[in-house]
Design a protein around this ligand. Structure first.
Ligand SMILES: O=C(O)CCC(=O)C(=O)O
Ligand SMILES: [Fe+2]
Length: 287
């Protein structure tokens, strides 16, 4: 057991998060995510929540980040040594996968010492495919289940992969930890928060601002014309059964993504709801 821990330092924790916490984070992701860093992947970072004037949505992350850091420090024997380097909600849609790798496998990722991946939804129920595998050691394969967490060193002792998603959307809260204080995410977040508070140019305490429209544009074919794709915010509302009604003058040649930055109302079938939203992010967060 001790030898296995030395060779492949890793820990699986069942039911670390409650289903309520999973659902709360899922709601935040589905109402704020942008197109991610790899094909068919969407992400919500904490700095993005600040940049889009939704810092109140950071609150549910605070106790979870703290207890994950404590667990990692306790299990890997490095109490009070770690900084959270990155926190993000990451969802993988059909076609997304990642081959064998370690999480520190690029020069710009060398500061990463440990990873914690929290599963926010479940294999077989919410998505198909997407099993997690370690190349060596035990456990070899992990079936993602809402609330469970896998923690492992970011180095070559824990080479891993994720099978292609074949249906649904697989959602995780993923954190990396570093020993290097210059990669402390908290310091970056505090600085972003204070910049926003000092520059009083935000519309109101809780009214979201959209990032640039290409951050929400999901291209179906990366290489082809920009038109082939959809706006992820609009698509998420559509999945929930809503249509968007914009009372802007649509006779001008404004495109869809521009309209979604303007005031709008929601409709379902022939029913038009009275509430006016400042933009589509506001509708997603408050419908
Ligand atoms: O989502 C997972 O299970 C692991 C993802 C992963 O390996 C990564 O993002 O580096
Ligand atoms: Fe990884």
């Amino acid at each position: 057991m001790a030898e296995a821990k030395q060779k492949h330092p890793r820990l699986i924790l069942r039911n670390f998060l409650t289903l309520f916490q999973c659902e709360e984070l899922e709601f935040i992701h589905k109402s704020n995510s942008t197109v991610g860093y790899r094909p068919n992947v969407f992400s919500t970072t904490l700095s993005h929540l600040i940049a889009t004037n939704s810092p109140h949505l950071l609150m549910p992350f605070v106790p979870i980040r703290e207890s994950l850091k404590e667990k990692v420090e306790e299990f890997f024997g490095c109490e009070y040594e770690l900084f959270v380097e990155f926190t993000g909600l990451i969802s993988w849609c059909r076609g997304a996968s990642i081959g064998w790798h370690s999480d520190d496998n690029r020069p710009y990722l060398k500061q990463r010492a440990f990873a914690a991946v929290c599963y926010l939804n479940s294999f077989g129920k919410d998505f198909k495919g997407g099993l997690f595998h370690f190349q060596d050691g035990e456990p070899r394969t992990i079936e993602p289940l809402a609330g469970d967490v896998v923690m492992y060193t970011a180095d070559g002792h824990n080479i891993h992969s994720v099978d292609e998603i074949t249906g649904g959307e697989r959602l995780t809260l993923t954190l990396w930890f570093s020993r290097d204080a210059s990669h402390d995410e908290d310091a970056k977040l505090v600085s972003l928060l204070s910049q926003r508070l000092l520059h009083n140019n935000v519309p109101g305490p809780c009214l979201p601002l959209l990032a640039s429209s290409n951050m929400y544009w999901f291209s179906l074919d990366q290489s082809s014309h920009r038109q082939l794709g959809f706006d992820i915010c609009w698509a998420r509302l559509h999945v929930l059964g809503f249509d968007v009604y914009s009372y802007q003058d649509t006779s001008c040649d404004s495109d869809l993504s521009e309209l979604l930055t303007m005031p709008l109302q929601l409709a379902r079938g022939v029913e038009l709801f009275n509430v006016e939203f400042v933009n589509i992010l506001h509708a997603l967060q408050d419908f």
